[in-house]
Ligand binder design. Structure first.
Ligand SMILES: Nc1ncnc2c1ncn2[C@@H]1O[C@H](COP(=O)(O)OP(=O)(O)OP(=O)(O)O)[C@@H](O)[C@H]1O
Ligand SMILES: [Mg+2]
Length: 228
């Protein structure tokens, strides 16, 4: 992928869910291009299709019509295994609930995506430790998720998304489960990581104030994505 290739490109994406005899068209033709280093917020009412959109863009679900390209490769031409490989190489994901493995430490959780790739355990540990330091969790490497605060768990989840050095992190309400102050700290962290690592971030949020601090803001409404 050269610098001018978009990390993500979606064209006239349509997603319809079958509901008995009815069809619910959630997305009605969404266009979006994300470049290296972009940071964009997506807002929209509950049920407007934000998570649906992220799943399509991340190659986790298939569109009814339209196309998605990740790092210049059209997902439509790939099988599930190849899509998975493309996703693992270029994208990272953070969710509202951290989805950390409870029986593993912060360090082990963050090292996991690298271990799964078959990299050397010592390298995995070193890289996981470095990124945990980076998100301010140097003193918490050996803690299990149950021994971390909500904000710390989301920092671990962000570190896990970043450890593979993705071009883009897609975050679905990453601060939706945090109190206002902790949410603000995690939001500031994502903006700082974007500025300093150059990782692109696409963040679904209900927080309009946070959205307004992101250079690009979009609203999903009536199945269409509109730049604000
Ligand atoms: N697998 C599915 N089958 C049928 N309908 C679905 C499915 N997934 C989502 N929907 C419907 O599609 C619409 C959009 O859902 P989605 O989860 O994308 O909304 P959202 O914008 O993420 O909402 P929230 O802010 O509450 O997370 C909703 O009406 C939902 O009921
Ligand atoms: Mg959602």
């Amino acid at each position: 992928m050269n610098d001018s290739t978009p990390v993500l490109h979606a064209q006239t994406l349509v997603k319809a869910y079958e509901e008995g005899n009815n069809e619910l068209e959630v997305l009605k033709g969404v266009d979006l291009t994300v470049h290296k280093g972009d940071i964009l917020a997506i807002i929209g009412a509950s049920g407007s299709g934000k998570s649906t959109l992220l799943n399509l863009l991340g190659g986790l679900d298939h569109a009814t019509r339209g196309s998605v390209s990740i790092a210049g490769t059209s997902v439509a031409s790939l099988n599930d295994r190849e899509t998975g490989r493309l996703r693992n190489r270029y994208l990272g994901f953070v969710y509202q609930f951290h989805h950390l493995l409870p029986e593993f430490t912060a360090l082990e959780n963050v090292a996991m995506p690298l271990l799964i790739r078959g990299e050397k355990p010592a390298d995995c540990q070193a890289r996981a430790a470095a990124i945990l330091e980076r998100v301010g969790l140097g003193p918490r490497l050996k803690h299990k998720p149950s021994a971390l605060s909500g904000g710390e768990r989301q920092r671990v989840a962000i570190a896990r998304a970043l450890v593979t050095e993705p071009a883009l992190v897609m975050a679905d309400e990453p601060t939706g489960n945090l109190d206002e102050r902790t949410a603000a700290q995690v939001q500031a962290l994502m903006i700082e990581l974007n500025e300093n690592l150059g990782t692109a971030f696409m963040i679904v949020t209900h927080d309009r104030e946070f959205a307004s601090r992101c250079p690009q803001q979009y609203e999903l409404h009536d199945g269409l994505l509109r730049r604000l």
